[in-house]
Design a protein around this ligand. Structure first.
Ligand code: UDP
Length: 154
């Protein structure tokens, strides 16, 4: 486990429309994760299908692509100790109806097809880097110290 692990997070079109970008950023900031990249964009079909390629052929795939391309999303890269696993724990179960209260999906969602946020769940860091690369060029990702780093990590 590295202290500078990077993980990809995206507020989906429902989260953007509902004005949840700020709330979601605040949660990760308060947890102590470091924002190293962020942008608003609207996905085209090609990028959406690349991002969700593991689900191609599944019954929900076409609907998912239609939804994720239907409006702006807010893409981010967060860095920190065990970032992928910790962000997934904060995001909660895929179906908001089953997600624990206190998680983002458990607090802001009710329906599987409108679950507010995406977060990487790759176990290996290489696959995470590949996912980030679908959205960000290297030059768009920052490498910086925060004066509070030593107050976050022993
Ligand atoms: N999804 C859906 N119907 C399903 C399963 C998944 O609409 O039956 C959508 C949902 O938006 C989910 C996304 O497809 O977030 C990707 O599914 P995955 O199993 O990878 O869940 P996640 O990693 O987002 O928790």
């Amino acid at each position: 486990m590295s202290y500078d692990e990077r993980t990809f997070v995206m507020v989906k079109p429902d989260g953007v429309q509902r004005g949840l970008i700020g709330e979601i950023i605040s949660r990760f900031e308060q947890r102590g994760l470091k924002l190293v990249g962020a942008k608003a964009l609207q996905l085209d079909d090609e990028r959406a299908k690349t991002h969700y390629s593991e689900h191609e052929g599944k019954p929900f795939f076409e609907g998912l692509i239609e939804f994720i391309t239907s409006g702006p999303v807010f893409a981010m890269v967060w860095e920190g100790k065990d970032a992928t696993r910790q962000v997934r724990r904060m995001v909660g179960a895929t179906d908001p109806a089953e997600a624990a209260p206190g998680t983002i999906r458990g607090d802001y969602g009710l329906d599987l097809g409108r679950n507010v946020i995406h977060a990487s769940d790759h176990e290996d860091e290489g696959a995470n880097e590949d996912e980030i690369a679908v959205f960000f060029d290297d030059a768009e990702l920052l490498d910086y110290e925060q004066a509070t780093d030593e107050w976050r990590y022993e």
